[in-house]
Design a protein around this ligand. Sequence first.
Ligand SMILES: [Zn+2]
Length: 104
Amino acid sequence: MSSDTEQPCDPNSGPCRDALQNLFVYIDGQLTMERRLVIKEHIDRCSHCFERFSFELELRQVVAQSCRDTVPESLKMRIAEAIGCDLDSELPPCCEQESPDSRS
Ligand SMILES: [Zn+2]
């Protein structure tokens, strides 16, 4: 049977879990091209994952901008709530990353 149509998006199993598990690595650009492609294809047709990824990308920018100071705990809490997982353990310390457009 062909199940290439839209399936109910369950973040706890299947390609959605796979995509979401690789969310941070994907955004950090630490995946192989092949892997990125698989995930990108999934995001393209899975609105659920697409929203998660967009949210996370946006979030990254916000965090990167506010990283010169400290990220407020309240923001972290809201983020963790919004995506329903423990961000503290997943989010790499962005302050240690070299920002190509960092201004002194
Ligand atoms: Zn999905």
